[in-house]
Write a protein that binds this ligand. Sequence first.
Ligand code: ATP
Length: 360
Amino acid sequence: MSISLERINKSFGNFQALNDISLEIGDGQLVGLLGPSGSGKTTLLRIIAGLESADGGRILFQGEDVTGQHVRERRVGFVFQHYALFRHMTVAQNIAFGLDVLPRKQRPAAAEIRRRVGELLEMVQLAHLAERYPSQLSGGQKQRIALARALAMQPRILLLDEPFGALDAKVRKDLRRWLRNLHDELNFTSVFVTHDQEEALELSDQVVVMSAGRIEQVDRPQALYAKPDSRFVFDFLGHVNVFAGALDGREVRQGEGWVRLPEPAGAGGEVQLYLRPHEVRLQLHAVEHAHLPLQVEAINLIGAEVRLELRPCGWQADELWEIGITHAEYNAWQPQRGDRCYAVPDVGHLFEARGGQPRT
Ligand code: ATP
């Protein structure tokens, strides 16, 4: 079931929470709404569900206008961050409750409900817990039950608001993989809200990046990471090392630091060169196309690579630079705090200092 949002606006009093949102979500897609706190993700999800009404704009499910439809008529499944299971009901009863949201005439008979609950319990691999109460379940189990309950009425669309937000890192990762598999198997259309970049990039077919009530960019995860349209998106998707300077021909200069770009980048002006930690190498000597001296501030040995924090020397940056080196490189170099080295950019992403537009 595809979803089309056309020019959705929403204000709470004087505050405009959503500003002219238009978005196409293809049938069977798993789409992540990603953005900082307060960017309007939950509000948009609630408007798709029909739990909140928009001030203007239209919502279409598979071409059908559902803007005026009540939440029950829309037949969407909803999963919240905090499980929202009933404490006095068993797991099986909680799942069966998912069918109560259907209009009375569409509710199946008792035997059919039992059959469907059994099927859902198998699907979320928790059949052995059918008679337990929510207080006897782990967080991850509760969330799988919440999902089974949302799927009970065979929704056309599944909406999830920070579904794994309350769980610890390991359980989150397992549940993510599990949701992805379930989604691929059942082929429903899903939209989920998250403020976790990794979660959005790992789980989604398309990521919608939101900021201050607007859509910043919509793209496949890889494209979004490799080619962000704006500095905001770049920044939001992970750590960046920034070299700000004046562009003169092919060179960006600031203080004693400079970088020669592989190609001319248009007229001069103030620019910012953005580099992901893996897009910069470290060397003990400056190279021909860059002079970016750094001093080692901190060494983090935990993880697949050694992450160094570095302070610019003779030029300035708002934040320390972070660059990863392999454990083999670390062992060969044995860097100490205070050591001097040079950053060697492999690729760079150039943005205007003002406005944050990309320079191409
Ligand atoms: P978070 O990640 O913190 O949940 P979000 O991106 O989901 O944030 P929303 O919950 O959609 O953001 O809220 C967007 C803005 O609208 C926020 O500034 C919030 O304070 C405001 N807002 C949301 N609901 C209401 C409401 N019922 N009344 C007034 N303001 C609201």
